[in-house]
Ligand binder design. Sequence first.
Ligand code: HEC
Length: 143
Amino acid sequence: MKTAWILTGVVAANLMLWGADGAALAQKYGCMACHNIVGKKTAPAFRGVANRNMRFNGANAKSKIMQSIKNGSKGLYPNFPNGVMPPNPNIPQSDLETLADWILSQGMMRGRGMRGSMGPGQGMGPGRGMGQGRGMMTPPPTN
Ligand code: HEC
């Protein structure tokens, strides 16, 4: 998590020098008002969002996340029964991609830093720990 802190500060400061980064965009678009990277706020943590989408949407995880950011979302996270993700129709496609990549990079199965102890098949990989039926993960709606 140290990395995230450093990124948040340093990237915000350097935004004009080397382009937009997911963490800086999440600040810029006000996402962090409701979301944390790890840990509940009024919205599910981005780590949980990443894990859920990787588990249930696989190769489509990124496009699903981009859609949810753009069109909003509700009802996917039972720990947030009244939570509504507002639509963001004005975020440019390239920023949606940066945000989606960044959110996915927070996941435990792919995330940096935790691969050694928590990689697939260990620790909290699929089928254990926060797998289906627990934590923040539920099957996707059948539509
Ligand atoms: C007003 C509070 C609020 C703000 C601001 C907000 N979100 Fe959310 N977000 C939520 C809630 C609540 C949910 C859970 C919705 C659900 O249960 O489907 C959510 C869900 C999500 C999801 C998961 C959707 C899925 O398909 O799994 C993503 C990704 C996400 N938000 C990204 C963002 C990004 C990026 C921003 C900034 C552009 C943002 N959010 C701003 C409240 C917010």
